[in-house]
Design a protein around this ligand. Structure first.
Ligand SMILES: Cc1cc2nc3c(=O)[nH]c(=O)nc-3n(C[C@H](O)[C@H](O)[C@H](O)COP(=O)(O)OP(=O)(O)OC[C@H]3O[C@@H](n4cnc5c(N)ncnc54)[C@H](O)[C@@H]3O)c2cc1C
Length: 466
């Protein structure tokens, strides 16, 4: 009898534990996947809601979790780069996104780029087979009563945006990004382009990028056509949303401006931006290129390349016409054209604290692009923080505040403390970290010192994690 009672008691305990430790996560993107992994690996049962394929976003193409919608680059792995430091910090916490990125990496100079299909397939596989994670492909339209992480991303479904607006009583801020085109490798004129990575940072001896060299005359003719080419008209509701946000370029995120908008700022803007001819061999066929357009490998089998920095909102026929003016792309076949897209984020500083916990509801967490973090890795990093903290809350352990000296902590601090009036999405960068005193004059040495300080702290936190 006593034995049966014990079993019964254990069952009740198990049920109570299960009830207490169930976590709902909304959004199977980079943030949601990382959050699910971190929470489940801490013993929490996770229900992960992803609305695709039942309801698709404007940019996603598959039902896979963690689908990368534009570039296949996750930044860098070098600790002297903002996203690289973030990558190394996240690895200390056994990040799922970092692990899968390494497994599915393609050569990309000093950048960390992945085969986008393999990346998303592997993520989906690992999460689907995790014993504590249940994936439900359904749109969520209201904020759950259960402990929850909201990571529905920049393309959050309209019905859920309404739920979010009702919850925190403030209007969302909308703005726009644009995605870059991808061309077939076979259609690139390999006699014209040349291999090379800026400043020789590549896996192969010659470099990992294909470079299209432009002389002054070709560059100017290209810019002239670029700025006068026809753009896709905004839909009426998009017109409405963008009205009043900014009279100039402001409804685009500054770090992801369409190439034609950048070009309109002045004839030389592109040669100081994505088309800068620096860091590559000084001369090509005897003359230094006036401008360079870089193509980055987009898949492991090297069948496709994306045009680096060529986010655009030109009509598809105009993209074909104007981008075929680029030397080497005269016969380019486009696998995907560039597009402009909606990007939604909340006024995070008035909504969440540094743990990424809602100010007005302790068991509600936010993560990802929705709280104004920019960049694949940055978004995954906030998923990591939200996943750990939601798990700690459910297990009645203290929440983890990552210090501002770490890149993870600096991003969380930024989104929870930035000035509301000027709040803009932010990606990992050294400018977010508190200075080291006395100031180290040499920039390279300074970054190394920042990284050393951060990684030492991160390892300390990980070792002491409750
Ligand atoms: C078109 C486009 C291009 C971009 N290009 C880049 C780039 O090149 N580099 C870069 O670093 N960043 C880019 N970004 C930003 C990019 O979205 C983020 O870096 C990253 O994907 C954000 O991760 P996330 O998890 O917050 O959102 P996502 O990765 O978008 O994941 C959110 C998930 O939530 C799901 N979802 C939405 N609403 C609901 C709902 N109501 N119920 C259930 N599920 C829901 C969505 O289907 C999606 O899978 C781009 C964004 C867009 C939209």
């Amino acid at each position: 009898m006593g034995c049966l009672c014990n079993i019964h008691t254990n069952l009740i305990d198990d049920t109570i534990f299960r009830m207490q430790s169930e976590l709902v996560i909304i959004g199977g993107g980079l943030a949601g996947c990382e959050a699910a992994w971190q929470a489940a690996n801490r013993g929490i049962s996770v229900i992960l809601y992803e609305m695709r394929p039942q309801k698709m976003t404007e940019a996603h193409k598959t039902a896979l979790l963690g689908e990368l919608v534009c570039s296949n680059s996750l930044g860098s792995t070098h600790t002297t780069n903002g996203s690289g430091l973030l990558f190394n910090e996240m690895k200390v916490f056994n990040s799922l996104i970092c692990m899968v990125a390494e497994e599915t990496a393609v050569p990309a100079g000093s950048a960390l780029a992945v085969d986008r299909n393999q990346f998303a397939e592997r993520l989906t596989n690992l999460l689907t087979n995790h014993p504590l994670i249940k994936i439900i492909h359904e749109e969520v339209v209201s904020i759950p009563q259960e402990p929850c992480i909201i990571a529905s991303g920049p393309l959050t479904s309209p019905a859920f945006i309404t739920a979010l607006q009702n919850f925190h009583g403030e209007k969302n801020l909308f703005f726009y990004d644009a995605i870059a085109p991808i061309v077939e490798a076979d259609s690139i004129d390999m006699q014209t382009v040349f291999l090379g990575s800026r400043y020789g940072k590549g896996e192969s001896d010659e470099g990992d990028y294909l470079n299209c060299p432009l002389d002054k005359e070709t560059y100017e003719a290209f810019v002239e056509q670029l700025i006068s080419a026809q753009q896709i008209n905004l839909k009426p509701y998009e017109e409405q949303i963008t009205q009043g946000v900014d009279a100039g370029f402001g409804h685009f995120f500054e770090g992801c401006l369409p190439i034609e908008i950048l070009a309109r700022r002045g004839i030389n803007t592109l040669i100081y931006g994505p088309l800068r001819p620096v860091g590559l061999r000084k001369s090509y066929k005897g003359t230094p290129p006036y401008a360079i357009i870089q193509l980055r490998q987009d898949d492991i089998s090297q069948t496709t390349y994306n045009l680096v920095g060529f986010q655009t909102n030109l009509t598809f026929s105009e993209q074909k016409r104007v981008f075929r003016m680029i030397p080497g792309l005269q016969n380019a076949e486009f696998v995907r054209y560039g597009q402009m897209h909606r990007n939604t984020f909340l006024f995070a500083p008035s909504l969440i604290n540094q743990n990424l916990q809602a100010i007005h509801r302790a068991d509600l967490f936010f993560a990802g692009q929705l709280i104004g973090v920019e960049g694949y890795l940055g978004n995954a990093a906030t998923g990591l923080v939200a996943g750990i903290n939601a798990a700690n809350l459910l297990k009645q352990k203290p929440l983890l505040i990552f210090p501002k000296e770490t890149m993870i902590g600096a991003l969380c601090f930024y989104v929870s403390h930035a000035e509301k009036e000027t709040f803009q999405p932010m990606k990992a960068n050294f400018g977010l970290l508190p200075p080291i005193t006395p100031r180290i004059r040499n920039k390279g040495d300074r970054k190394i010192a920042y990284s050393n300080r951060s990684l030492k702290m991160i390892k300390g936190i990980y070792t002491k994690e409750p």
